[in-house]
Write a protein that binds this ligand. Sequence first.
Ligand SMILES: Cc1cc2nc3c(=O)[nH]c(=O)nc-3n(C[C@H](O)[C@H](O)[C@H](O)COP(=O)(O)O)c2cc1C
Length: 205
Amino acid sequence: MRLMAIIGSPRRGGNTDVLADKVIEGYLSKTTAEVVKIFVTEKKIGYCTGCLSCTFPPPGTKTCIIRDDMDDLLAQLTSADAFIFGTPNHMRTVSAPLLTFLSRMLPLMQFLPDMDAEGRIIGGGFTSSLKGKKAAMVISQGDPIFSSALVHAVLERNLIDFGIRRVGDVISSGNMLPGDAAKKQHDLEKAFQLGVALYTTAGMY
Ligand SMILES: Cc1cc2nc3c(=O)[nH]c(=O)nc-3n(C[C@H](O)[C@H](O)[C@H](O)COP(=O)(O)O)c2cc1C
């Protein structure tokens, strides 16, 4: 088993990191697994150029034209069994580094077009080489009341498009200073149980 935690916060030891560590702890309470945790901001990951050659024309090349750390990270994603996607709420959405990372995951996704008789794309859907793997979502926000609806929706919708089964989330509020989440026993316990669920439950597409 291999668990890959992808942390979109630029703060090592910050709230997202602390909560993700609890999810890892919960997962490891159920199984021995190799755990890889990566901080997206510590990797060399260029912006997607928008060429779409990895997916278009369907099926596309399945390869990105950019050579950087994403080559290795795509291989790591492919060989993992389960994921933690963690992000702080930045400007009401996922952090910019995590959004860049998600964009650069596109070579793992294949667009399956529905075509009309003239070969025009009239609809379609996605499949991906991550189909059937499982993921837990971790979100930390500064506001004391829930304001991460968009963060959650962006993360959730992308996991659905990649065919990744979602097992649940932990959303921790009121965390402005890096150590704030570490004082929230309820959120830490929820994160631990999320880690347990990441191993014991099937999750939903
Ligand atoms: C650029 C930036 C934008 C932010 N935007 C929001 C926001 O829109 N809503 C919110 O509740 N918190 C916002 N925050 C606060 C972070 O979500 C919060 O401090 C979070 O706990 C940080 O997690 P971390 O310690 O893992 O980096 C923002 C922080 C930064 C640095």
